[in-house]
Design a protein around this ligand. Structure first.
Ligand code: IPM
Ligand code: MG
Length: 384
């Protein structure tokens, strides 16, 4: 077979998989209402690197805040080990089967960072994050950034299962000179994320939704995203809308006069990945931001930083900053119906890390440990 025939065959297989995914999306219509589940099982999946160290501190805080619910049998915690790079390589899978089965028992998951092999590393395993988003169909990646003193109140709705990520590890080299990757946009996948962004804006009186694409160049897929946005916007006449291209949007986020105007921002996967790191930087860096990966049946809450394996090699994991995963834990509380507890936790985090700062994390032995910071946060909550 010549190389074009081989490439066509590979491409055909990818299209078949994607058409099946579309069918599945069409069948999965209903959202679980987490607040009505009789028992909420919370999976605590530490990941690897500094993940287990910081995630266990977030778990302590959750157990403290949910002590009554645990006693009453309404909330259960399940620790899920095994999502480590060593186990994943041994299984030859982004998520080993036994770990995936455990994750699927938990409609709510708090996940620490996981190590992602890079192109060129000896192992070619898909990112565990990306695999989990696909397996649990976590289509909305919601990333808030708030800086009240600068009037910044942004909520990014990053599409989380499509775009450049759907086939990110399935591109191929047609020959030694030609490499091809693919980006995927579906009607169902686009409609659900855009609706989620508008519903959020409506429920929370945000007043405005911005769509970000590069539809002037990536005409078919980004074009579909933008057109879908314009169509769905008609169902929300009270909400102001605008659209920007990703390049100028990236610039406008630095413009102190313009950036206040952005409220809810909905965008395809890769642009969302990039711009949420930029946005988090204004708030103090990716270490300060939490993130929800939301689907119809599952919700996974995570830190947005990496697994920092070097800190573990140097024996410094106990000094790692747990703030991002604690922020994620607060989002988890709000999501399962405990908005009051989430607000308390956010307030305590602000006091401990910005206003009062009685102890400080530095990542080294001259700073406090993650456990000491968690103790400080819990003490502060008691005094609220
Ligand atoms: C994120 C991360 C992930 C992504 C990586 C770790 C796979 O950067 O959650 O933003 O690219 O989505
Ligand atoms: Mg990222």
């Amino acid at each position: 077979m010549n190389k074009i025939e081989i490439a066509k065959e590979k491409f055909g297989k990818l299209l078949e998989e994607q058409l099946l995914r579309v069918e599945k999306m069409k069948q999965d219509k209903d959202f679980i209402d987490f607040t009505t589940l009789p028992v909420i099982k919370i999976g605590i999946c530490g990941g690897d690197g500094i993940g287990p160290a910081i995630t266990s501190q977030a778990q302590r805080i959750l157990e403290f805040l949910l002590a009554d619910e645990v006693k009453a049998g309404k909330v259960e915690f399940k620790v899920i080990d095994g999502l480590t790079i060593e186990n994943r390589i041994a299984a030859g899978k982004a998520i080993p089967d036994d770990v995936l089965a455990e994750l699927k028992e938990c409609p709510v998951i708090l996940k620490g960072p996981t190590t992602t092999p890079r192109a060129g590393d000896k192992v070619n395993i898909e990112s565990a994050n990306v695999a989990m988003r696909k397996e649990l169909d976590l289509f909305a990646n919601v990333r808030p950034v708030r800086i009240p003193e600068e009037e910044i109140d942004w909520t990014f709705y990053r599409e989380n299962t499509e775009g450049a990520y759907t086939l990110g590890s399935k591109g191929f080299e047609v020959d030694e000179d030609l490499a091809v990757d693919f980006t995927v946009t579906t009607s169902d996948g686009t409609e659900r994320i855009i609706r989620a962004a508008f519903d959020y804006a409506r429920k929370n009186n945000k007043g405005k939704v911005t769509c970000v694409t590069k539809a002037n160049i990536i005409k078919t897929t980004d074009g579909k995203f933008l057109n879908t946005f314009k169509e769905i916007a008609k169902e929300y006449p009270e909400i102001e809308t605008d659209d920007w291209y990703i390049d100028i949007m990236t610039a406008k986020l630095i413009d102190p006069k313009r950036r206040k105007d952005f409220k809810v921002v909905v965008l395809p996967n890769l642009y969302g990945d990039i711009i949420t790191d930029e946005a988090a930087e204004f708030q103090g860096g990716v270490g300060t931001a939490g993130s929800i990966n939301m689907g119809k049946k599952y919700a996974m809450f995570e830190a947005i930083h990496g697994s920092a394996p070097r800190m573990v090699e140097e024996g410094r994991d106990k000094y790692a900053d747990p703030c991002s995963i604690i922020r994620a834990a607060s989002m988890l509380l709000a999501h399962i119906g405990h908005k009051d507890k989430a607000e308390k936790l956010d307030k305590a985090l602000d006091i401990c890390t910005q206003k009062e700062k009685r102890i400080k994390i530095t990542g080294h032995s001259d700073g406090c440990t993650s456990a000491e910071l968690a103790d400080y946060i819990m003490e502060t909550i008691k005094g609220l």
